[in-house]
Ligand binder design. Structure first.
Ligand SMILES: N[C@@H](CCC(=O)N[C@@H](CS)C(=O)NCC(=O)O)C(=O)O
Length: 207
């Protein structure tokens, strides 16, 4: 049994999208979180994440947190969905590298742009420029970040780009890429589930 701890319009939306791409059988547990940018919301005692964040994924009794780890876990769990790269496959090295890069390089680089340090700190600027160059380099080959095949790397990166489009330079390549991936039916289903929790889910959680 897979249960996703999810807060609308947050980083857990990417995991809803991934679940829909996989066609996984899963439940969403809608929880509240503290939202630093608006100063709203609060930690929810129903959320099993050790830091009160989302996403968190419960697989039977096993808890996985960190978006990149969850993406790897889910694509390994569902190899037939062909959204990852199994151990031993030629694409495995690139796949785990991209996933770790999203968390270890891309997110910190983009935050540097959002909070302004990329304008004042040469190291933050170097990191930001390198991240943008890596993205554009991959998209020049395209049509997806790992080439011909759409993978969980696209879910991770496209969701971040769509959220923070204004912090990445104007680029027809990026715009066309976002258009291509957001036209996917799984993306539309995820958007529907992401927003307002269905009334039945709220009632079930309150019970
Ligand atoms: N590195 C984590 C970051 C998770 C994260 O910061 N999530 C935000 C929502 S976008 C959150 O839950 N914030 C609540 C808080 O900071 O208390 C991941 O990628 O999963």
């Amino acid at each position: 049994m897979l249960t996703l701890f999810h807060a609308p319009w947050s980083r857990s939306g990417r995991i809803v999208w991934l679940m829909e791409e996989i066609g996984a059988d899963y439940d969403i547990r809608y929880v509240d979180i503290y939202r630093a940018m608006s100063g709203t919301g609060a930690r929810d005692s129903a959320n099993l994440h050790p830091d009160g964040k989302v996403p968190a994924l419960l697989h039977d009794d096993a808890l996985v947190t960190e978006s990149a780890a969850i993406a790897l876990y889910l694509t390994d769990l569902h190899p037939n969905a062909n959204l990852g790269a199994p151990v031993g496959s030629p694409e495995r090295a690139a796949y785990v590298t991209w996933l770790a890069w999203t968390a270890g390089e891309m997110e910190p680089a983009f935050w540097g742009k959002i909070n302004g340090t990329a304008e004042t700190d040469p190291d933050a600027k170097k990191r930001y420029d390198a991240s943008v160059a890596r993205l554009l380099g991959a998209l020049e080959k395209g049509p997806y970040l790992m080439g011909e095949r759409f993978t969980a790397v696209d879910v991770m990166i496209a969701s971040a780009l769509a959220w923070g489009r204004e912090y990445v330079p104007e680029s027809d390549l990026i715009d066309a890429y976002l258009e291509r991936v957001s036209a996917r039916p799984a993306n539309a289903r995820a958007t529907e589930k992401d927003g307002t929790p269905p009334a039945e889910a709220v009632a079930a959680q309150a019970a």
